[in-house]
Design a protein around this ligand. Sequence first.
Ligand SMILES: [Zn+2]
Length: 345
Amino acid sequence: MTTHDLSRYARQIIFPALGEAGQRRLLDATVTLIGCGATGTLIANHLARSGVGRLRIVDRDFIELNNLQRQGLFDEQDIAEGLPKAEAARRKLSRINSQIAVEGIVADVTADNILELLAGADLAMDGSDNFETRFLLNDACIKLGLPWVYTGVIASYGMTMTIRPGETACLRCLLGQMPAPGAAPTCDTAGVLAPSVAVVASIAAGEALKLLAGFGELNSGGLLNFDLLDNSLERFEVLRRPDCPACGQRNLEFLHAETGTRTATLCGRNAVQISVHGRPAGVNLAELAVRLRQAGVAQVSVNPYLLRATLDGLELTLFPDGRAIIKGTEEEAVARTVYAKYVGM
Ligand SMILES: [Zn+2]
């Protein structure tokens, strides 16, 4: 590595606790980011600018106008181009730092692919927006012995915890069971303030830098809670539970999920997601677009990352891995009907 390579990091290298040795450890590190929305974009921005050498960014969604209020890597042009978040993030981060390797993976994180997505990573970062994904990530990290940083932000408050499997409490030591559907507020029902996201994402990114470069004190074994309303920042000790189903009894039930087609209502979005698991499901989007147009579907647009069409009054967004988001209904059966009719299952 030349001096020129390190000059862009000069302001953090002169910080003694990090230094040149710490910078080289960052450049040698690989991080998988699960979810690239509000917290995810800001975490990715920090890690790319700080010179984490390899970033693998996984997200299943595309960008919508109401994302721009808080999702710091995206702009109106990305929406005009119909880009998925993972690809838009990859493009933006590659322009910010061309000396690191950024991979954008448009995929739903499932029990089938999570171990592959985490392969080779030194650390996983949680940028997801749902507990199912976090519980799966918790299981996978326990299996791999991989540290990860949990983040969650809603309304004016947010929280983060650094988890080192085998050493500290895990997410299920903290939460036990997954909240029942509809039991926990979501950003679509309770709203979310961008500065709260920024505070929590910055703390989480700071944890990543400390953990990877080896300095400072980690927030492991504790839940940090920030609330913008009164600027409170509180830390609650979280102890390992011997009866924790995940790290105590090693019953990794989310990781050992079965395969098949899964349907999930996307809470608060008036949309249903259909995803295909455990079998190959490559879709030729361009060919399907031709078929749909031939079938008389007027509104069809396609790019290498997604196909979008209005079908029976619903908006279908289809990805090459066979996954679809069907907007305009919360009825899973209605969505599955549209999918089966026009895509096939
Ligand atoms: Zn545990």
